[in-house]
Design a protein around this ligand. Structure first.
Ligand code: SF4
Length: 268
């Protein structure tokens, strides 16, 4: 579900701001009425796919309160930024059935966070993670590798941060310069991106088009290898294996996790 559109932040890699910097949100009553209608249809799990769900804290509190007032027994995930949450928000989310917060952390070094214009600090990341864990809401953390100017050692710093922060899940991607972003324009200007391939694709779309990576320091193959290394490094750490096994409640869960683990193990 979308409960709002737009994001007022200015991350240089993100294709959202040029689609709407102004945050436009549905009212809490309107959002929760839709949730209730879904519950009547037998739907109980939701992902709020808003760019940054907690931009307007009062609205978030009101949504949580309304879910409680209507006594909806639902579970839901949100996506947000570490610098837009506080204890009051996290407590309200937990109370209202929020069972997952997806935080964009992106990189393990200040240099790359600056390049990405992410506007968050490691202190804020640590604080938001600690609060979210305190209220037992599982965390999915987003990271990117192959960012402009990033070196192999800096990518490994990101892997170290992933392990240090201990989210429940990580989502690692290879940085893609999207059209309309500051980094795509920079790449074209500096000659790192050789042609305006997004414009060419728009004018002449061809099947099988692969959005290119940032080719400054790595080939795509090298980044794919690093991506697998990052995933294995995180999910195959003894701590994570024990944590995942301890969460298994049914034989089916065990089978599913074993399948995923095997798939990851075979990835090259
Ligand atoms: S990455 Fe997230 S916080 Fe940054 S501009 Fe995009 S939607 Fe907003």
């Amino acid at each position: 579900m979308f409960t709002s559109r737009g994001c007022p932040f200015q991350c240089s890699f993100c294709d959202r701001p040029h689609l709407g910097k102004n945050f436009r949100a549905r009212s809490p009553e309107n959002v929760v009425a839709e949730l209730e209608a879904c519950v009547k249809l037998g739907i109980n799990n939701f992902l709020f796919y808003d760019d940054t769900f907690t931009v307007d804290k009062e609205r978030v509190i009101a949504i949580c309160r309304e879910i409680g007032r209507r006594e909806l027994k639902i579970s839901w995930d949100i996506r947000t930024r570490v610098d837009t949450v506080n204890e009051k928000i996290i407590a309200a989310l937990a109370q209202a059935g929020c069972r997952g917060i997806h935080y964009g952390v992106e990189a393990g070094t200040e240099k790359i966070l600056m390049v990405l214009n992410k506007g968050i600090t490691f202190e804020q990341i640590k604080k938001a993670f600690a609060l979210t864990k305190k209220y037992r809401i599982p965390i999915l953390a987003y990271f990117m590798i192959g960012n402009p100017g990033e070196t192999r050692e800096e990518i490994r710093e990101t892997f170290r941060l992933m392990k240090k922060l201990k989210p429940d899940y990580v989502h690692l991607t290879i940085f893609t310069p999207f059209p309309g972003t500051k980094l795509y324009s920079r790449g074209l200007k500096e000659g790192i991106i050789k042609s305006n391939y997004w414009q060419e694709f728009a004018a002449n779309p061809k099947a099988g088009f692969q959005p290119p990576h940032w080719p400054e320091n790595f080939t795509l193959e090298e980044l794919k290898e690093l991506l697998v290394e990052g995933y294995k490094n995180f999910y195959f750490s003894p701590e994570n294996i024990i944590k995942n096994i301890s969460k298994i409640r049914t034989p089916q869960e065990l089978i599913n996790k074993a399948r995923i683990g095997l798939k990851l193990f075979r990835m090259k």
